[in-house]
Design a protein around this ligand. Structure first.
Ligand code: PRP
Length: 182
């Protein structure tokens, strides 16, 4: 077996576990929206691009994909929680069945902001699909489809990064403390 990169402490979720869960989420979504004309998946860049790509390829219902990007000043531990829109959707979502697709909910500020922003655009319905939720105090944001609850540690891989590194690993791993504390 290939040894772990020295930045990484341990694998938290293996590629096999992730792929099985993503497929199950897609099956659940396909069943729940079986009678909808189509669903509108909105991935939050950059983190969600891998999860979204895998998720949508398991869907058995018509769907379309778009992206948003936000910049957050409210990372865990900070006070403001302010989020700013950096890249908006290409088209209106009026009367569409929308699912926001996120890689992780940490403080919850990002998902809360996007949820409120999109609600104001009058979609037919609005739900959230999140791969990872951290076990910690965070904003009360509704998560309709959740992959996994993970410990409150810095994780990378499967879309998640540290200074834009380790993002494309096929598994989710805990980052060594020394890496982000140095
Ligand atoms: C990460 C992640 C979520 C957000 C979650 O994005 O992809 O969007 O943080 O954190 P929160 O619940 O505390 O708001 P990041 O800002 O690191 O950008 P990236 O996805 O481009 O890496």
């Amino acid at each position: 077996m290939k040894s772990l990169h020295p930045d990484l402490a341990r694998v938290i979720l293996s590629e096999t576990e992730i792929q099985a869960r993503v497929k199950a989420l897609a099956e659940q979504i396909s069943a729940d929206y079986a009678s909808a004309e189509r669903i509108y998946l909105i991935g939050i860049l950059k983190g969600a691009f891998i999860f979204l790509a895998d998720l949508c390829r398991h869907l058995t219902i018509p769907h379309t994909v778009d992206f948003m990007s936000v910049s957050s000043y409210g990372k865990a531990g900070s006070i403001s929680g302010a989020v700013r829109l950096m890249l908006d959707l290409r088209d209106p979502i009026l009367d569409e069945h929308v699912i926001i697709v996120e890689d992780i909910v940490d403080s919850g500020h990002t998902l809360d902001y996007i949820n409120h922003t999109l609600k104001g655009r009058n979609p037919a319905s609005l739900r959230t699909c999140v791969l990872l939720e951290k076990k910690r105090e965070s904003l009360e944001v509704p998560i309709d489809y959740l992959g996994f609850t993970i410990p409150d540690v810095w994780v990378v891989g499967y879309g998640l990064d540290f200074a834009d590194t380790h993002r494309t690993l096929p598994f989710v791993a805990e980052l060594n403390r020394q890496v982000y504390q140095r």
